[in-house]
Design a protein around this ligand. Structure first.
Ligand code: 13P
Length: 247
């Protein structure tokens, strides 16, 4: 595909189950500091904050995402949220298949694929997370594991405009430990080679912070980051965005 445009750089903040109304101040501060970033900037607050954050960020260059959606468009699914509801609340993206959802809720890659189809039907871009456990890496199974997750989580029709892939080694999340540059480069090259579209944005997640962001963005094949803890504070996430801009 010689005409494929380069992947769009993306810094996505996953607030996980953190954030109350008072924390909208951090989103406002981020928007004020990054009025027109050349890179994509996305905040994924808990669902309870999406509408209010959309109002707080109206007119800014920061996009909003959900952290999960149901595979059905609507119906009798108490406690769940549909992709259409996220879009209606102001989201343009949704994180799917995060390892915390795979662990806490037993989500399978087949379910992630169904959710991704639902996200597309609602006009959302799906950010599909995959990554190996510590034991899987220790036993040399990393590429087998992420390869299987990639094949099973992305249905027919995934391309650069509707899907982002986030490589998040489970053992790197919230641990302060990151893979070596060579390990990240190896997995990203593998994912790029096996992705349905070579122009797909491929981001890394797991203990990204202002101190290591520049080194991570310098790694071949890394188009950005999915940031957990360090996205909660505008100063920290802003520094990561700044590192991505100059990478
Ligand atoms: P941390 O940045 O807190 O390690 O979380 C990464 C993550 O899981 C983002 O989705």
């Amino acid at each position: 595909m010689p005409d494929t445009p380069p992947p769009r750089k993306l810094a996505a903040g996953n607030w996980k189950m953190n954030g109350l109304g008072a924390d909208l101040a951090e989103a406002r501060a981020l928007a004020a500091a990054h009025a027109a970033p050349e890179v994509g900037v996305l905040l994924c607050p808990p669902a309870t904050l999406i509408s209010r954050m959309a109002e707080a960020l109206a007119g800014s260059a920061i996009a909003l995402g959900g952290q999960d959606c149901h595979a059905a468009a609507k119906g009798a699914h108490t406690g769940d949220i549909s992709a259409h509801m996220l879009a209606d609340a102001g989201a343009s993206h949704v994180i799917l298949g995060h390892s915390e959802r795979r662990a806490d809720h037993g989500e399978t890659s087949a379910q992630v694929a169904a959710k991704l189809r639902a996200a597309w039907a609602a006009g959302l871009v799906g950010i599909v997370c995959l990554g190996e456990s510590e034991q899987e890496r220790a036993t040399g199974r990393t590429l087998d594991v992420v390869g299987a997750q990639l094949a099973q989580s992305l249905p027919e029709g995934a391309h650069a405009a509707n899907t982002v892939i986030a490589y998040e080694p489970v053992w790197a999340i919230g641990s302060g430990h990151t893979p070596s540059a060579g390990e990240i480069a190896e997995v990203h090259a593998f994912l790029r080679a096996h992705a349905p579209d070579p122009g797909i944005t491929l981001i890394y997640g797991g203990s990204v912070n202002p101190a290591n962001a520049a080194d991570i963005f310098a790694i071949e094949g890394v188009d950005g980051a999915l940031v957990g803890g360090a996205s909660l504070k505008a100063a920290d996430f802003g520094a990561i965005i700044a590192a991505l801009r100059v990478s």
